[in-house]
Design a protein around this ligand. Structure first.
Ligand SMILES: *[C@@H]1O[C@H](CO)[C@@H](O)[C@H](O)[C@H]1NC(C)=O
Ligand SMILES: *[C@@H]1O[C@H](CO)[C@@H](O)[C@H](O)[C@H]1NC(C)=O
Length: 448
């Protein structure tokens, strides 16, 4: 009975997912996503949903249609090369040059080119729209952050900020280097005598619509590497995001208040979450992700300081995590409200991951102990399917859910985790209603 309800719920969820996505039409890119999607659904789901998925879900990222088309009627390959604006490269500060060139490219709607074989140094810079549609920033060379903390006095949250842009692309195969070492040294996580302050996010996309980010390396961010905030219709692919495993809070890709976002073929290794998905985000797909070192792929943290957060319809498919502290994680603070629902983690390989599968509703990332609170962000309808590999700790599956708001509708199917090296693994499951299917090892031991 409950089983049927659950199936129905899933059906409704994915049906709504597809109808929402169904609005976008005729995407050449669709076929590929569609094929990829084909693998997402276990055999069990196929007969029921296959047809609706076939026709609709792939169109989710129909935005690409417009982006992929050549810029309407502009046969002239006009572009703006920052060297033509007198950029120095290799040493000097090119912030103003970039601003001027951006203004030109933005108002004309022509590509802005950063040539290869040079390092262009930038202080915090805002690339804002609205601009003419359909232009790109093509980074072939390297953009490097000013290492001087005093350069960030006006805005310590952002280094490169792209805001209010529609139909925009960033690509080119070049490097964005946050040059973060000075910031890491001054982090309270590294030097406990220092107060905790914000360090800038290297690249932020704020309020962007129909955005494509691809073929870039982003490294050594001051704090987070790449953030999508308040964006709609995003495809980010072929990104390599790296920082040392001990660099503080250097999340790889951070998604907040964003919907319809596809992350594809990204290699991420940093000192914090490879991917973090925060409140206000829905219809998030991450596929073909390589993660490590780092803290894994996380939904959260949510509900901090008694806040309300909502995350729904997240699919993580085909990921490989190596040497990370967590594999796939949902983390919420006590005292929050809202929900995390309709989440699917699928086809995931773990290699020496400390907590491969974890829901932590007692997340507490602060100096003082967190006090016990009744309220919690409700976690429901989470599928773990075809997850295998090795756990670095004994606890391969850990569901530490809220007493007052137990985790509901947790599906575990074909999960096989063994200990890295020698030793046993266990599943530790508190306050969770779960269902098993297929072969599962270790079994979740009910604790209440
Ligand atoms: C983006 O647009 C909003 C609303 O028009 C405006 O308030 C904000 O200042 C803009 N942000 C940037 C960085 O241009
Ligand atoms: C596994 O991870 C642990 C701790 O994270 C580490 O100490 C150990 O060297 C790793 N083992 C292998 C084989 O990588």
């Amino acid at each position: 009975m409950f089983l049927q309800e659950l199936l129905l719920l899933f059906f409704l969820t994915f049906a709504s997912l597809s109808s929402c996505f169904g609005r976008f039409k005729e995407d050449p890119y669709v076929t590929k996503t569609h094929q990829a999607y084909g693998h997402y659904w276990g055999d069990k789901y196929k007969p029921r949903y296959a047809s609706s998925l076939k026709s609709d879900v792939p169109e989710s990222f129909g935005l690409m249609t417009r982006l992929n088309r050549p810029v309407a009627s502009s046969a002239s390959p006009k572009m703006v090369n920052i060297d033509d604006y007198g950029a120095i490269g290799d040493g000097g500060d090119d912030t103003e040059t970039f601003e001027q060139a951006w203004n030109e490219a933005c108002s004309e709607g022509v590509d802005l080119v950063v040539p290869r074989n040079k390092n262009y140094y930038l202080k915090p810079t805002i690339f804002s729209g609205p601009c003419r549609s359909n232009f790109a920033l093509k980074i072939y060379g390297t953009i490097k952050a000013s290492p001087k903390i005093s350069d960030y006095e006006k805005d310590r949250q952002h280094w490169l900020l792209f805001a209010n842009l529609t139909n925009f692309r960033v690509e080119g195969g070049g490097i964005i280097n946050g040059n973060g070492r000075n910031w890491w040294k001054n982090s309270c996580k590294i030097d406990k005598t220092l107060p905790c302050t914000h360090a800038p996010t290297a690249v932020t996309f704020f309020a962007c619509n129909n955005l494509r980010v691809r073929n870039l390396r982003i490294k050594n961010a001051q704090q987070m590497h790449l953030t999508f905030q308040n964006c709609v219709n995003v495809k980010a692919s072929n990104l390599v995001v790296t920082a040392p495993g001990d660099s503080p809070n250097t999340d790889g890709i951070h998604i907040s208040e964003t919907q319809n976002i596809l992350l594809q073929k990204c290699v991420i290794g940093t000192g914090d979450d490879c991917i973090s998905i925060k409140g206000g985000s829905k219809y998030v797909v991450a596929t073909d992700i390589v993660c490590g070192p780092g803290h894994g792929i996380s939904i959260g943290s949510l509900g901090a300081q008694n806040s309300e957060d909502r995350v729904s319809n997240v699919l993580v498919n085909r990921a490989k995590l190596s040497g990370t502290t967590n594999g796939v994680r949902i983390k919420t603070w006590q005292g929050g409200s809202g929900y995390v629902q309709n989440i699917k983690f699928q086809n995931i390989a773990m290699q020496n991951v400390t907590y491969p599968i974890i829901i932590d509703q007692n997340y507490c990332d602060q100096e003082e102990q967190c006090t016990e609170q009744e309220k919690a962000v409700q976690v429901s309808n989470v599928v773990y399917q075809n997850i295998g590999g090795t756990s670095a700790s004994e606890v391969a599956i850990k569901f530490d859910c809220s007493k007052s708001f137990p985790c509901q509708g947790i599906w575990i199917q074909d999960v096989n985790l063994v200990r890295q090296g020698n030793g046993a693994v266990t599943g530790s499951c508190a306050n969770v209603r779960f269902f098993n299917r297929g072969n599962i090892s270790p079994q979740c031991l009910r604790e209440t």
